[in-house]
Design a binder for this molecule. Structure first.
Ligand SMILES: [Zn+2]
Length: 228
């Protein structure tokens, strides 16, 4: 009873209604931005000192989160599952069946995946040696354009491609769906167009132009597209 009295001694009850308070921010209000900033400080900086949580406004948050997991190496490939003693029939890549399935392999180095990357580069009219590894494609701002919008669009296209490769890999592994490069390319083209159009205030993306020459949009300025 004495302990209880001690605990309650500093508490003043009022007639105001109860409210929630977010103790991790001085304002007392919860925002995803404040949580993201706390996580950046606590976690990301210990892994990648110069890297902030990926955020590209042209694509949904689920893609940004997926890319964050890729950067941290938290993708449940067969090699990673095997490291955690999960019993698997094989640790070989489900697409080529000739290399172990590491994250770098399935997303970038597999000959099957490489064909998808090459089809993206061909669509963008870029040489096939534009980038070659995980670091080039996700961690750096490596790009072929100096325009801000161009960087956004190209980054969002790369990240969507990485996401779609993993999504289709899962469909093959878990639903026995055939891997079809032409369908995957079409899916990436349609999805990026849909996402970019919705997030561009002026909806100035034109489907035919996007399909034939997406690089056209990388030379436009950001105000014209209404993104920023
Ligand atoms: Zn493979």
């Amino acid at each position: 009873m004495s302990e209880l009295n001690n605990l309650l001694s500093s508490i003043n009850l009022s007639d105001n209604p109860d409210t929630w308070k977010w103790n991790l921010d001085n304002s007392g209000l919860f925002t995803t931005k404040s949580l993201s900033s706390i996580l950046d400080n606590l976690k990301l900086e210990t892994h990648t000192p110069t890297f902030k949580t990926p955020r590209n406004k042209l694509i949904p948050q689920k893609i940004n989160i997926f890319i964050w997991r890729v950067i941290l190496g938290r993708i449940p490939t067969r090699v990673e599952l095997d490291k955690r003693n999960i019993d698997l029939d094989t640790i070989l890549c489900p697409l080529c069946n000739s290399h172990v399935e590491s994250m770098e392999h399935i997303l970038f180095q597999c000959t099957v995946t490489e064909a998808t990357w090459n089809s993206i580069l061909a669509w963008w009219n870029l040489p096939t040696n534009t980038f070659s590894n995980l670091h080039d494609t996700t961690l750096t701002d490596q790009t072929f354009t100096t325009s801000t919008l161009g960087k956004y669009i190209w980054q969002a296209t790369k990240w969507t491609t990485i996401y779609m490769i993993w999504k289709n890999r899962n469909a093959k592994v878990f639903s026995k769906k055939d891997w079809c490069p032409a369908t995957i390319l079409s899916e990436i083209q349609a999805q990026t167009f849909s996402w970019f159009s919705k997030r561009s205030k002026k909806s100035s993306l034109e489907w035919h132009q996007w399909l034939i020459n997406p690089s056209f949009y990388t030379s436009l300025n950001i105000q014209r597209m209404g993104i920023g």
